[in-house]
Write a protein that binds this ligand. Sequence first.
Ligand SMILES: Cc1ncc(COP(=O)(O)O)c(C=O)c1O
Length: 390
Amino acid sequence: MELSNKLKQLPPQFFASLVQKVGAAVAQGRDVINLGQGNPDQPTPPHIVKALQEAVENPANHKYSPFRGIAELKQAAADFYKREYNVDIDPLTEVAVLFGTKIGLVELPMAVLNPGDLMLLPDPGYPDYLSGVVMADVHYETLPLMAENSFLPDYTMLSDESKERAKLMYLNYPNNPTGATANLDFFNETVAFAKENDIAVSHDFAYGAIGFDGVKPVSFLQAKGAKDVGIEMYTLSKTYNMAGWRVGFAVGNSQLIEALNLIQDHMFVSIFPAIQHAAIAALTDSQECVNELANRYENRRNVLINACNRIGWQVESPKGSFFAWLPVPKGYTSQMFADKILAEADVAVAPGNGFGKFGEGYIRVGLLVDEHRLEEAVERIGKLNIFTKA
Ligand SMILES: Cc1ncc(COP(=O)(O)O)c(C=O)c1O
């Protein structure tokens, strides 16, 4: 049977080719240091695993969940936002429980846009945003994220026509892939821009827990009036190393939240209740594990950046997320450089062009192996004598 026209239009999975190349190298017995992917390497903290084990034992959790998730999880999400960001959230109308935020990001355009509407997406950006564009049959225009503007979009670059047509905008800080962070001024500017042009905002806060140098990442909802224009998507995947568990939530503007809940009423019965109970434990119990995790990534970042400096590779330190965004040397494209270091140094990285046109000229390195392996990866690259030591 043929695929539907919609499925035929889905963007190719750029990273499938990376996985294949790494797999082929490993199959040859090569010791590849894989810095190409974004899968947290640490286990879920034991108290969360224990909460799941206990919840699984309870037959009440073997039944269907309420369609929109259990009330205690929405309350926990609201309490989490109050405690962490001093943001007031109504658990009844301002929380949507999600099977991880990927689904929320893909379904939101289907929930609030009509075919032919215009969305604004960051470039470089998380590739799955484009899946939502195709599913909803909408158009998109990119917001270039450039080093000279600290990888923040410059709204003044948009044409009047784009501002007029755009109905929904995605942002993501701390940012995948650039490791950039945003401050409250930028989010205040975003709220003003969104109000002026009647554009809904969805801020993807996947790396909200991972900020460096003593600076806690700011929530979009901390900006004054943010709830008038938008929502924030929060995943437990990164904060609590729960990527495989598939749990997250969206909070903020009640109309956007209702739209998400409504589309989900027709696509899912909510998450396995035992997982929802474990998520409550994650959000409400001690957050020491989160501090430890952020410190771990910061130490890895320091090791990586110092090692790059030692081999003469001029790079900027990421301020958050678990990615470093490193410029490729002169004379290489992102793909050429990624292919070279995989072939000659057994180091796998994600070429920046996979994240959009403005990702060309960079590679993305995941801080998802231990410090020794990160150091070794850079030393191996150093031995190729591409960079000149200072
Ligand atoms: C920027 C960004 N947004 C969203 C997600 C999706 O996370 P999840 O579906 O696990 O909640 C990821 C995962 O890698 C991500 O990097």
